[in-house]
Design a binder for this molecule. Structure first.
Ligand code: AMP
Length: 417
């Protein structure tokens, strides 16, 4: 299938050509025709599938075919959970609308609102926004959502994880009843289904490759190591393997800072990226990482989610996520587009139960390695709170703090004997 057969206009085809895309990705092939038919769409797709173009291209086509108004009221609203994602979506919108007379802009918190207010006053057709700043500027009467024709909720699952449910409800109440709704989510918990049910009318369900196929392309390895020696081990692996572009996941913001500082002390250029960093620091870190001036980006799940960093050769789980699906999201950042990638997980004795959950989700056992000189100490094992076999009643399902995934995971856990 080609982009031409999807029914896109010449102006869009020209922009696609300029981007160098030859054929539509599966999600684009499935989503674009339905969106052009003005149907509501529920799409299961994560970053890396081409989902942004999947909703942006038809959205631009619809708006450019529709009636243009001199004052340019906001006709399309794209809601996203993070600032980085919002900025990336705007980059895409700008690129695809290069040959179309539509104005777009992005608003998010953490930066001075005045330039955003000024730009909004000049009129904008497509607004990409994070929920907090959008509501903030709406309450200041800087913008109106009364003319929105198309609503896109991108990374809806992460928006709920980040506690945006109430903000989303408030925003929905500000939109016209009659509109087209597009909801994108990587996972489909009960809460997401409920949200989708409340927003979408008779949606077409489109799905990119099932999540786990991403994992199959990636060379995955576990390294058993004591918790206190993980930093030392990762420095050794990066240095001796001469890894040049590494994304490392930690569980906490504090942990991300600490690891990044230790790497820098050991002459490995690194930066941390998480919710407590200023927008400027986050943009700088990401820019440096993409350019290659920063070798290691240490990130928390939420900060890393949605970042468009193509073709990462190395992804490291410095600590395992307690939600098994997050493991798949994390390692989905390597081995894209046929390039080989390696996903390394440093596993301490305390994290053994997480591995079981992950292997169950993947349906395979992951190869385990021990690096010479980093053998896990026996004392850790004796002190470990990992349940021993023969005591299944004490065996806790891996706890997770994400409400919408609790049910599935606890079921999984309680089934395990
Ligand atoms: P996304 O999933 O929207 O974050 O897109 C992931 C990456 O794929 C981005 O760098 C896009 O520029 C790129 N991309 C999107 N559509 C295509 C396509 N049809 N062919 C090649 N690359 C694409």
């Amino acid at each position: 299938m080609s982009f031409e057969t999807l029914g896109l206009s010449d102006a869009l085809l020209k922009a696609i050509d300029k981007k160098g895309y030859k054929i539509p990705s599966p999600i684009q092939e499935k989503a674009i025709p339905s969106i052009l038919e003005r149907k509501d769409v529920l799409a299961s797709a994560q970053t890396g599938t081409g989902k942004t173009a999947g909703f942006t291209l038809p959205l631009l086509q619809i708006l450019s075919n529709g009636q243009q108004r001199r004052k340019r009221p906001i006709r399309a609203l794209v809601l996203t959970p993070t600032r980085e994602l919002a900025a990336q979506i705007l980059d895409n919108v700008k690129a695809y609308s290069e040959f179309i007379d539509l104005r777009s802009m992005v608003i998010f918190g953490g930066v001075n609102a005045n330039p955003q207010i000024k730009a909004l006053r000049n009129g904008v057709d497509i607004l990409v926004a994070t929920p907090g700043r959008l509501l903030d500027l709406h309450s200041q009467k800087v913008l109106s959502l009364a003319s929105v024709e198309i609503l896109v909720l991108d990374e809806a699952d992460r928006m709920l994880d980040m506690g945006f449910q109430r903000d989303i409800n408030k925003i929905l109440a500000l939109l016209p009843q009659k509109r087209q709704n597009l909801l994108f989510s990587a996972t489909f918990s009960k809460e997401i289904k409920k949200l989708a049910h409340g927003i979408l009318n008779n949606p077409v369900w489109v799905e990119a490759a099932p999540e786990n196929t991403t994992a199959e392309k990636v060379n995955q390895k576990l390294y058993r190591v004591d918790k206190k020696r993980k930093t030392e081990l990762i420095i050794k692996l990066i240095s001796e393997g001469d890894w040049q572009q590494v994304l490392i996941f930690t569980r906490t913001k504090h942990g991300a800072n600490r690891l990044s500082e230790k790497l820098v002390k050991n002459h490995i250029s690194a930066a941390a990226i998480h919710g407590n960093k200023s927008q400027g620091a986050r943009t700088k870190a990401l820019g440096g990482f993409k350019k290659g001036t920063i070798r290691v980006l240490v990130a928390t799940d939420i900060a890393a989610r949605g970042l468009d960093i193509p073709l990462l050769p190395h992804v490291v789980n410095f600590e395992l996520p307690n939600v098994s699906e997050d493991y798949v999201h994390r390692i989905g950042r390597t081995g894209r587009a046929g390039a080989s990638g390696e996903a390394i997980s440093l596993v301490s004795q305390e994290e053994t139960s997480y591995i079981r959950g992950i292997e169950k989700l993947l349906g395979e056992k992951l190869p385990t390695n021990i690096v010479e000189g980093f053998e896990p100490s026996l004392s850790t094992e004796t002190n470990s709170n990992t349940p021993k076999s023969g005591a299944p009643r004490n065996q806790k399902p891996h706890r997770n703090n994400r409400n919408n995934r609790n049910n599935r995971n606890s079921k999984r856990g309680s089934r395990r004997k």
